[in-house]
Design a protein around this ligand. Structure first.
Ligand code: SAM
Length: 270
């Protein structure tokens, strides 16, 4: 998401588009893998940090059941508003807030999980210290952070094409800007977490075509949409043709465009 700064508001319609186009394809599967990797079980009290529209929180709620609890926090009002509509029975405690200053008591969560959040925090140490504060002594923190752009070729192709059109691709590549597993592991160890492990995982998502992938990013990519909306109709058409050519090797006649996402999954103890 190119612009997850506090100034880069995602309105509810963008949150809806994110949930509609990018959660089923990319963010949902990654969120579920992260919740599983964290060892989430029935009765756990779990916190989803940078929850977006709530994919991880909703999946976790099914696992922890009524004897556990799920809380979820995101500073973006549009995301939280939309997330609430997807939780009609109110099983999840949704909070609009900053993960560097959270409204929870010390040591209350068995699991904290954040899919594609850490790279967006300007104050990573502060965010981790706050997560450590609210994590139980026996608790675990799982964080998923994308690898570098060249490991995520579809997103890289869109970023490169934007640059060719004279448009700053910062928003498209920012999510892939914290991809070094050693740096990630060191950051977590320095923050005082124990038993640090970082594993790389890759997933395939399918979009009907490169054009469709770009349309989904333009509608629901909280960051990439700001870059893509700078193109006029002809520019967008040209960019789609270029990306289609670049990604030709990833087109499957039956399944469509294979979009590879690669991320480091960190798991640590309090
Ligand atoms: C790439 S989205 C991922 C959303 C969700 N975790 C998912 O996988 O669907 C990153 C989210 O982190 C949120 N975010 C970024 N910095 C934050 C902060 N300091 N505090 C709370 N949320 C933050 C953004 O608003 C955005 O919803």
């Amino acid at each position: 998401m190119a612009d997850n700064s506090k100034d880069g508001a995602i309105d509810t319609s963008a949150a809806e588009a994110f949930e509609k186009y990018l959660v089923p394809t990319i963010f949902g599967p990654w969120s579920e893998a992260m919740i599983d990797h964290a060892g989430t079980k029935e009765s756990h009290n779990l916190l989803d940090v940078g929850c977006g529209s709530g994919a991880a929180a909703r999946y976790a709620a099914k696992i922890v059941g009524l004897t556990g609890s799920v809380s979820a926090i995101d500073f973006n009002a549009g995301m939280i508003t939309h997330a609430r509509t997807l939780d009609p029975v109110g099983q999840i405690d949704w909070q609009q807030g900053d993960v560097t200053d959270m409204p929870y008591d010390d040591g209350v969560f068995d699991i904290i999980a954040g899919n594609q959040l850490l790279q967006f925090l300007p104050e990573k140490e502060e965010g981790l210290s706050e997560m450590k504060r609210v994590l139980a002594d026996s608790g675990r923190l799982a964080l998923t952070v994308y690898c570098a752009p060249h490991r995520n070729p579809a997103h890289a192709a869109v970023a490169n094409a934007l640059e060719k059109h004279g448009i700053d691709s910062k928003g498209v590549v920012h999510p892939f800007s914290y991809g070094d597993p050693v740096v990630l592991g060191d950051l977590l160890q320095d923050a005082g977490f124990r038993d640090v492990s970082v594993v790389r995982k890759q997933m395939d998502s399918y979009f009907s075509s490169a054009e469709n992938f770009i349309d989904c990013l333009a509608a629901g990519g909280p960051s990439s949409r700001h870059a893509l909306e700078q193109l006029d109709a002809d520019g967008l058409k040209g960019l789609k043709a270029e990306v289609t050519e670049t990604l030709a090797e990833f087109m499957d006649a039956d399944k469509g465009l294979r979009v590879i996402t690669a991320a480091n999954m960190a798991l640590v103890r309090a």
